[in-house]
Write a protein that binds this ligand. Structure first.
Ligand code: SF4
Length: 441
């Protein structure tokens, strides 16, 4: 179908993104390709002037799936009401449940999987333009961008449906990533966030060895990139040579996101994480000694089948002693076709919620301690936005959307969005810091 010119007007396309940062990158690549083919496309436009909607879905856990279905239904209604002409759905939910969804929501014009971009483009008579590889119109604030270094995952984690939706691990060639980072820097990006399903696996398929440290060195040499942030590290087989590079290079944030999911050996075994509490503690100690001052973010799952009160007590004990700077907690979601789905989902929903609340309460006390200790320090802050009388930014210990922020009173300070500023911290709460600018960089 060619994008028709109605009354001389091109069809407008609006891309809606749900889910994680990897989906954001997929939408950005889709938008770049559509634009590269001369199609009028926007991302998450709030205006209701779109003719064609593309929903990029998430199919990770129950809540995310429900949000994706609600979004599709909202636009299916809009199509029924004649407000839009075409509705396409892509992404993880479509990859995982296409057959059922095709029957349940017939007003969707076409469904695409996570690896079917060329097919989706063909609906617009558009070709996949290889010359655009490495070029990407980002949807995040101009000064930071996600860099997806690989797709898919080879890990056997028993609760996880991602390999079903994203396939096996495929590293992106290092040259392409360096080119992409250079293009992003030319377009004003100062901070790149390395993302993947498992970033520490980088290179094992393509180069037959883990080369994340080499990739970090190459990206650290890209002119204009002032912060490189590492997300989604996996504890088992962690490439420790990365730590030396993190310690040496100023523009690699002293920050590591490493989901651990649990700490009791019983649960780590049930979850097929391939590690133990002791090994995890040794790794954390190594990370903290080799990269002094590093902020570690982790994620935990409570309520996995088989989790006893004793397992949960052990998890709390571990969190108390590990003192993570940042932590997120999920309640277990019973996902079809995963290994855990073969087990009874025996932890009641109420207990899952209670355990999550208890663990988050513990973490907020730890986080308040850590933040309070920063009072009196002067920290380098990247200014993200201005809101409610404050300039709001982040330190190298904070990733966008998920971590702490720094609030700077706009009536007493001036800053430009996207600039770095040195901020003297005078106050702290569990999850935020307050300060004044001392010297504008
Ligand atoms: S590392 Fe484990 S939890 Fe993460 S995407 Fe792979 S299988 Fe899922």
């Amino acid at each position: 179908m060619k994008t028709k010119l109605l009354n001389g007007k091109k069809d407008k396309v609006n891309v809606i993104t749900l889910g994680c940062s990897k989906n954001i990158v997929d939408s950005e690549v889709l938008i770049t390709q559509l634009k590269g083919n001369g199609i009028d496309v926007q991302h998450e436009s709030m205006k209701d002037d779109s003719d064609i909607i593309i929903v990029n879905t998430c199919g990770f856990i129950e809540n995310a799936k429900q949000e994706s279905i609600d979004t599709i239904l909202r636009w299916a209604d809009a199509k029924e009401a004649g407000q839009i002409k075409k509705l396409y759905v892509t992404g993880c939910l479509s990859q995982r449940y296409r057959e059922d969804l095709e029957k349940e929501i017939p007003s969707v014009d076409a469904w695409f999987g996570t690896m079917e971009l060329p097919l989706l483009l063909r609906r617009f008579n558009a070709d996949y333009k290889h010359e655009l590889i490495g070029e990407r119109i980002t949807s995040t604030s101009r000064h930071y961008a996600y860099l997806k270094i690989s797709e898919g995952c080879d890990r056997p984690c028993s609760f996880c449906a991602i390999p079903i939706m994203r396939g096996n691990h495929r590293s992106k060639p290092m040259e392409e990533l360096v080119k992409e980072a250079a293009n992003l820097a030319r377009n004003g990006t100062k901070e790149i966030l390395l993302i993947a399903q498992d970033s520490t696996y980088y290179g094992l398929d393509l180069y037959k060895k883990r080369v994340l440290s080499e990739l970090l060195l190459r990206l650290s040499d890209v002119e204009g990139i002032e912060w490189i942030r590492l997300h989604y590290a996996f504890p088992t087989g962690f490439p420790e040579d990365v730590l030396k590079v993190m310690a040496e290079r100023q523009n690699i944030c002293k920050y590591l996101d490493m989901p651990l999911q649990h700490a009791s050996d019983h649960l780590l075994k049930l979850m097929r994480r391939g590690t133990t509490r002791k090994k995890t503690e040794n790794l954390l100690q190594k990370i903290r000694s080799e990269v002094p001052g590093i902020a570690i973010r982790t994620t935990m799952i409570v309520g996995h089948p088989g989790e006893t009160e004793a397992d949960f007590e052990e998890l709390k004990d571990f969190v108390s002693s590990a003192r993570f700077e940042r932590m997120g907690v999920f309640t277990y979601s019973h996902e079809e076709d995963t290994h855990s789905y073969t087990m009874a989902d025996d932890v009641p929903a109420k207990v899952k919620e209670q355990r999550m609340a208890e663990l988050m309460q513990l973490q907020s006390e730890i986080s308040l301690d850590i933040n309070t200790a920063r009072i009196g320090n002067t920290l380098k802050v990247l200014i993200d936005r201005k809101e409610s009388g404050y300039f709001i930014g982040r330190t190298e210990y904070d990733s966008p959307e998920v971590d702490n922020e720094v609030y700077i009173d706009a009536s007493k300070n001036y800053a430009r969005l996207g600039d770095f500023a040195n901020v003297h911290i005078h106050d702290a709460t569990e999850f935020d810091l307050y300060g004044n600018i001392v010297k504008q960089e």
